[in-house]
Design a protein around this ligand. Structure first.
Ligand SMILES: [Zn+2]
Length: 224
């Protein structure tokens, strides 16, 4: 961590104040730690990353926990995580069943996170300090979809904010890739999210539309 430099953006806008008031609870901390791949990876999450300061939403670990809370509890009936329900319900189950190890690194600024195979997801500074709280849940779902066997299969369209012409896009919505999973999650969070705020739901809608407009070689043809 000593080699990382970062600034903490407005924690009200990102949702870190809202969620941070909730996650500072040993039961949640234990659940997230043991469920989403932190367990066994203390060596990555200590030494400045927040392991000894798990309620401090300026530090990476608490900000990851905020994303885990949104992922886990944003469906009104969150205890139903059947795959025949909405992704707002089963997103948490998909991530739980997919990620074995979640490790943090400074990164080089070129990616928010990467799926490394064998259940290993790496998250970088942008995950904590660029993405807002629902956006972190989106990232966990996105990377889990890669672990689930769906790589990106196309180049970003001309003018894409993610880099027109570069690889990393999905060919279409119907490909049901990582971008689709993430956008679909944000759509549901916007439309039906519980235990959140109207401002965060609106941010999820906006982010979902950024994904829809920029991450598919063939535009899905709709917006949220
Ligand atoms: Zn991806």
């Amino acid at each position: 961590m000593a080699t990382c430099t970062y600034t903490v953006p407005d924690k009200s806008a990102s949702g870190d104040n809202f969620y941070g008031a909730v996650i500072c609870n040993q039961a949640y901390v234990d659940y997230f730690w043991n469920t989403y791949g932190f367990s066994g990876n203390k060596a990555y999450w200590d030494d400045g990353w927040g392991w000894d300061d798990a309620c401090n939403t300026s530090k990476p670990l608490a900000r990851a926990f905020n994303g885990c809370y949104a992922l886990t509890y944003s469906a009104r009936d969150y205890q139903n995580d059947s795959y025949s329900s909405a992704i707002l319900n089963w997103g948490r189950r998909y991530v739980r069943e997919t990620i074995d190890d979640l490790r943090c690194f400074c990164g080089d600024g070129t990616a928010i996170a990467r799926s490394k195979g064998s259940g290993l997801i790496e998250v970088y500074l942008g995950f904590f300090y660029t993405k807002d709280v629902p956006g972190r849940a989106e990232t966990l779902i996105h990377e889990s979809r890669h672990q689930g066997g769906k790589p990106h299969d196309a180049n970003f369209p001309t003018g894409s904010t993610f880099g027109g012409g570069k690889s990393g896009a999905d060919s279409s919505w119907n490909y049901e890739g990582a971008w689709m999973y993430g956008a679909l999650y944000l759509w549901w969070y916007y439309a039906a999210g519980a235990r959140t705020t109207s401002a965060l739901r609106e941010r999820a809608r906006q982010r979902g539309n950024v994904v829809i407009d920029n991450a598919f070689a063939t535009h899905p043809g709709f917006s949220i």
